[in-house]
Design a binder for this molecule. Structure first.
Ligand code: FE
Ligand code: FE
Ligand code: ZN
Length: 297
């Protein structure tokens, strides 16, 4: 069964996120490690984390109306934590880079309390300094915050390429990964991967609507398909190559339902956690989760 869910609010803690996820039939979810626009994170509550695991790992969730499905134990997908949007490791301002460094370090330390999950971030915007310099700066921050025993895998998100955003091409992501020390090459520990956002990747010019297989082949050739660890499922308000980054509800945008049917049935993608970031409330997400599951063959 598809491992799918949406962004949930972390304001009331982990146990509450598990409750909300279960209520909407989600078997994975995403959350912001702190206010998405920046700011401090809440103190970590270990009791909350143990209550979370108790609830999250309890099986036999009722999902959907179908009787066969009803008592199936849901296999949970890995969680996909999201760094704040304001985090920019390749800013031209020192205090912004400093915020990226301290936030990432702190987030990664906190995520060790829920080991084995993912930490997704937008690589950054080089704000006129050039892609090459941006890539260097991003890798530098990553190498400063990552450590050998770290149990979280860091994911670079594919971006739409708006403004001076880095990560709008697979080549840029590959260049960052190449410069990360813990990238698994030369038999070293691997702690870096990629999260593909369907809206971003299409907006960036990769035609997943008409040629998903071709795009995945290109990903494999340039980055390596093993690096692909998670998906953000969003329809797009704009056509392929628009570099806009405006999310739309599943099926209501340029990509359309057929694209998502192909995504959830792709032999590689269907194994990954799929996170919805569409403009919806919880009820809307519950409906989209059912919709995605109905597309599964
Ligand atoms: Fe994102
Ligand atoms: Fe995204
Ligand atoms: Zn986006």
């Amino acid at each position: 069964m598809l491992k799918t869910g949406c962004h949930l609010s972390a304001a009331k803690g982990y146990e509450n996120m598990a409750k909300e996820a279960k209520a909407i039939g989600a078997n994975t979810f995403a959350f912001f490690t702190r206010n998405p626009r920046g700011g401090k994170s809440k103190a970590l509550d270990e009791e909350d984390i143990s209550s979370f695991y108790k609830l999250w790992n309890s099986g036999g969730d009722e999902i959907g109306g179908n009787d066969d499905e009803k008592y199936e134990t849901m296999i949970k997908g890995k969680l996909v934590a999201h760094a704040p949007y304001t985090l920019n490791p390749c800013s031209n301002k020192e205090y912004v880079r400093e915020f990226a460094l301290t936030s990432m370090r702190e987030d990664l330390e906190r995520l060790e309390y829920t080991p084995g999950n993912y930490y997704n971030f937008h690589p950054g915007s080089h704000v006129g300094q050039g892609t090459e310099k941006g890539v260097e700066m991003i890798a530098k921050v990553l190498n400063e915050v990552m450590w050998e025993g770290q149990q979280t895998i860091i994911l670079l998100e594919t971006m739409s390429g708006k403004g001076s955003e880095i990560g709008g091409s697979f080549e840029e992501l590959a260049e960052i990964i190449d410069r990360v020390e813990l990238n698994g090459k030369d038999g070293k520990t691997n702690r870096i991967g990629v999260c593909m956002d369907t809206c971003h990747v299409s907006d960036a010019g990769y035609d997943i609507k008409n040629d998903l297989d071709g795009v995945l082949e290109e990903f494999d050739r340039i980055i390596g398909i093993d690096r692909l660890k998670a998906m953000h499922l969003n329809d797009s308000k704009n056509p392929c190559g628009s570099h806009k980054d405006r999310h739309e509800k599943i099926g209501d945008g340029y990509l359309g339902l057929d694209t998502f049917a192909a995504v959830v049935n792709d032999p590689v993608l269907k194994e990954l956690p799929m996170i919805l970031e569409t403009p919806n409330d919880l009820e809307g997400y519950a409906a989209e989760i059912r919709l995605l599951r109905s597309l599964e063959k």
